[in-house]
Design a protein around this ligand. Structure first.
Ligand SMILES: [Fe+2]
Ligand SMILES: [Fe+2]
Length: 273
């Protein structure tokens, strides 16, 4: 199975690049399944239902999120009726929406997609992400109810992310980090067969601070006095993510490669498709 993950779309720049490029990547690489993180797609803060639906039209099979999931209040309303909209699974019981979903890929594979949020330097009061992941993969194991398992681990600390990858090694096809908006170069297949990357990076303007116009964040670091608000950077976006060839037999990863396409980062595309 050919799987592509794209990191956080940031603002109009990021989502336009994904809408423009994803259909071509799906046909060129004959992708079977695509997941895109959309938590910053509405001006950098959250996602609207229109953007969510547009992301599916561009070819995403599911849209994951993170700590910005509710920034656009309408998400609280549509999260429950949109099965392909995935919010962090380790929010308290009763939170609107779904933390995971089981979907069919183009090749017929049953793919479990989950979004789980880290706690270190983030939200220490969330439910334990490790226990949450254990429950999810135990309830829908690879080789039984699922043919592949994709987990977007939305977290800040690389230590927590790496340990989370090792925790799921052999029980998930892909554990890919999001949230820091900077792609890490540690993409690999862990010893148990799980494809892993600490952070997929963002789909956004990299002449920025995490996809936001750099002037105001820079001003706040230097002067400590807010002068304006944070706006999404408007320059052309580079899309970033992870490409994984997943075994149809075992659900484990066979090949992994970073994806970076756009004007600012060194280009990276898989050489195996
Ligand atoms: Fe983000
Ligand atoms: Fe985030």
């Amino acid at each position: 199975m050919r799987f592509l993950f794209l990191g956080d779309m940031v603002g109009r720049s990021g989502r336009t690049a994904v809408f423009d490029r994803l259909p071509g990547l799906i046909s060129d690489w004959k992708l079977d399944f695509v997941v895109v993180n959309g938590e910053n797609s509405a001006g950098g803060f959250g996602i609207t239902e229109e953007i969510f639906e547009r992301t599916l039209e561009a070819g995403a099979d599911a849209v994951t999120t993170g700590n910005h999931v509710w920034d656009q209040r309408e998400a609280l309303a549509f999260a429950g009726r949109q099965d392909r909209f995935i919010r962090p699974a380790n929010y308290p019981a009763g939170t609107p929406g779904h933390g995971s979903g089981l979907f069919e890929a183009k090749n017929g594979a049953r793919v479990l997609v989950a979004n789980i949020m880290g706690r270190v330097f983030m939200h220490p009061d969330l439910d334990d992400p490790f226990a949450c992941a254990d429950n999810l993969v135990s309830a829908c194991p690879m080789g039984e109810q699922a043919d592949a398992i994709i987990i977007d681990f939305h977290a800040e600390a690389t230590s927590e992310k790496q340990c989370f990858g090792h925790f799921l090694d052999g029980r998930a096809s892909v554990v890919v980090g999001t949230h820091t908006h900077v792609p890490t170069s540690d993409h690999q297949i862990l010893v148990g067969g799980t494809a892993y990357q600490s952070d997929a990076g963002m789909c956004g303007d990299y002449d920025s601070s995490l996809g936001m116009e750099k002037e105001e964040p820079l001003n706040r670091f230097v002067t400590k006095v807010p002068r304006g608000r944070f706006d999404a950077a408007q320059g052309p976006a580079t899309i970033a993510g992870l490409a994984v060839e997943i075994s149809d037999r075992t659900g484990l990863a066979e090949k992994v490669a970073p994806v970076r396409i756009g004007p600012r980062l060194a280009e990276a595309v898989p050489d195996f498709w």
